[in-house]
Design a protein around this ligand. Structure first.
Ligand SMILES: *[C@@H]1O[C@H](CO)[C@@H](O)[C@H](O)[C@H]1NC(C)=O
Ligand SMILES: *[C@@H]1O[C@H](CO)[C@@H](O)[C@H](O)[C@H]1NC(C)=O
Length: 311
């Protein structure tokens, strides 16, 4: 009883202060990620994101063909860069790029994209691939064509999210990401907004769009609606360390935004699919592997026979 009362009082206090009753602080015993489900039961569901992906436990699915990207190569009419208090978010206004194909049953329209990062380059991505965490992750959110956000969030296939894993250590600033990051000083403080010049959003994606992971998941923030079809591209994009450093200069009040990735959720009975055929170098034996061995074996035999003739 006392606990409920105290929790209620704390939530009320939070509401009065105009702050959200959730955050990304794993040490916060009331508002941290493991307590989101106390206020938002959806966050404790069985189809939550992000997840830890194991390539060799994933299955190839032939329906996961190429994506059809429409308007991705045009500049959109306007982009609003925002600091929403824990992340950098860019709202896509008008003339929205469209996404279809890629094993998606519907067409989707881009609505926003945002970045996740953390205190240092060893962590920051939301998804983990074969136990690797990347320095950051870009999420490009798309709503089912013809749906508003509320309808899409209530639909098990209402949103399609493209995730790009971001690596640190690039020798120079990534030019497309710099089109956004050059304006980060304009959104230094929480709720700052800046109408930034538009650019070709396709340039944020990796060059290989054929290899990707696919699973059914959720929005990765409260109320964690289980409405998302996730695509995580296999090929990461590399940014410079300085670009990550500049993300860490952003603030909410007097605090730097240093950590905004949700911990991975259990997979439960979900499957993760991959769009490509696994090869031996990813640790999985298949026919291709056997073929390679026998080819090199044949070549060796031929060379040995040839050398024997010479002697
Ligand atoms: C952010 O807030 C600080 C402290 O109030 C202020 O000095 C600075 O100019 C603000 N930055 C922007 C981009 O508004
Ligand atoms: C996602 O859920 C739908 C509906 O249940 C199902 O048809 C589809 O195969 C699932 N996709 C994945 C990648 O699990």
């Amino acid at each position: 009883m006392a606990v409920i009362l105290i929790t209620t009082l704390m939530l009320a206090l939070v509401a009065v202060q105009g702050e959200r009753n959730w955050n990304f602080d794993n040490t916060d015993a009331v508002r941290g990620p493991s307590h989101w489900k106390d206020s938002y039961p959806g966050c404790g569901g069985k189809r939550q994101s992000p997840v830890s992906i194991k390539t060799d436990e994933s299955e190839q699915q032939s329906e996961l063909e190429e994506f059809v990207l429409t308007n991705y190569d045009n500049t959109v009419p306007s982009l609003t860069l925002t600091n929403n208090g824990d992340r950098v978010k860019v709202l896509v206004n008008g003339g929205k790029p469209k996404l279809s194909g890629g094993g998606l049953g519907f067409a989707y329209e881009m609505s926003q994209f945002h970045f996740h990062w953390s205190t240092n380059n060893k962590r920051g991505s939301e998804h983990k691939i074969d136990d690797d965490e990347y320095a950051g992750e870009l999420h490009i959110g798309h709503l089912k064509q013809g749906s508003n956000a509320a309808d899409a969030y209530a639909d098990p296939q209402g949103i399609a999210i493209l995730a790009v894993l971001l690596k640190a250590g690039g020798s120079e600033d990534h030019p497309a990401y710099e089109k956004i990051f050059q304006y980060l000083d304009k959104i230094e403080n929480a709720s700052n907004e800046y109408e930034m010049p538009s650019f070709v959003l396709r340039d944020l994606l990796p060059s290989n769009l054929h290899k990707y992971y696919r699973y059914n998941g959720s929005r990765a923030e409260p109320p964690c609606e289980e409405a998302a079809i996730w695509t995580i591209f296999h090929e990461p994009v590399t940014l410079s360390d300085n670009q990550f450093e500049r993300l860490r200069q952003l603030k909410n009040k007097d605090k730097f935004l240093l950590h905004n990735n949700r911990p991975v959720a259990p997979l439960y009975d979900r499957k993760i699919y991959i769009s490509w055929r696994k090869h031996s170098k990813e640790g999985v034996a298949d026919n291709c592997n056997g073929l390679k061995v026998s080819k090199s074996f044949i070549i060796t035999v031929v060379i040995m026979a040839f050398l024997k003739q010479l002697t």
